[in-house]
Design a protein around this ligand. Structure first.
Ligand code: DX5
Ligand code: ZN
Length: 216
């Protein structure tokens, strides 16, 4: 099994984004993970459309957008305008998940639903067949550089079983505290996409770390 790798821009050097984006462009990264926060759904702010328009212009990788906001569907148009490949909304932030997922798909993006560490995989039972991707949080969202929650490995196994039982084509993506060591556990359990912030951007050789994660 090999993994798709989606380095998380949140851990990049905001004082010189162009250098980090050049590194990503020259690497084998599959996507670029973009964390949008509103200071309400999570206790932090990150970046919004004005900054991201430049990122989208300077980056040649598909964007994998992770919305950590209340009312995530208010951001459908701005996310679509970035040309994003994937739009991830949190299960915990959207009451009308089925309608939201349909709208994301109609707009031409892959629809992803994200689960916080405390939300059981089974909550997706009645929507899994409609999803393109499930993003499992392996930390509590809001900050980079946190410790991996080991129970996520069991959730990956459980989600893989649910996907197989329902003939869903959803990809399993994992976000938070992922490095080569934790990534190996996730890949063995059945993940498809690994998000990595600190493990990539704080490494001496980020391009090599991306390759090591892809090989898992
Ligand atoms: C956390 C974000 C992550 C974060 C991951 O809320 O969703 O994408 O950037 O960073 P690391 O890999 O450092 O845990
Ligand atoms: Zn994220």
């Amino acid at each position: 099994m090999s993994q798709l790798v989606s380095p998380s821009l949140l851990s990049a050097n905001f004082g010189n984004l162009q250098d980090d984006l050049n590194m990503i462009n020259g690497s084998n990264a599959d996507w670029l993970h973009i964390d949008i926060m509103d200071g309400v759904f999570v206790p932090n702010l990150s970046f919004g459309p004005p900054v991201l328009q430049y990122v989208a212009k300077l980056c040649n990788k598909p964007l994998d957008v992770h919305l950590m906001v209340v009312n995530p569907m208010n951001y459908l148009e701005p996310v679509k305008a970035l040309g994003a490949r994937v739009m991830n909304i949190h299960y915990e932030a959207e009451t009308h998940l089925h309608r939201a997922v349909m709208k994301i798909k109609e707009s031409g993006m892959m629809a992803g639903v994200t689960l916080n560490p405390s939300t059981p995989v089974m909550m997706l039972k009645d929507i899994i067949a409609d999803l393109d991707l499930v993003l499992l949080m392996s930390v509590n969202p809001g900050f980079g550089g946190q410790k991996f929650i080991a129970h996520t490995v069991n959730k990956v196994r459980e989600l893989r079983e649910l996907i197989e039982a329902t003939s869903s084509s959803a990809l399993i993506e994992v976000d938070g505290g992922v490095n080569v060591e934790t990534g190996r556990l996730l890949a063995d359990a059945g993940s498809d996409v690994l998000v990595a912030g600190n493990a990539v951007f704080k490494a001496n050789d980020p391009v090599a770390v991306i390759d090591s994660l892809r090989a898992l």
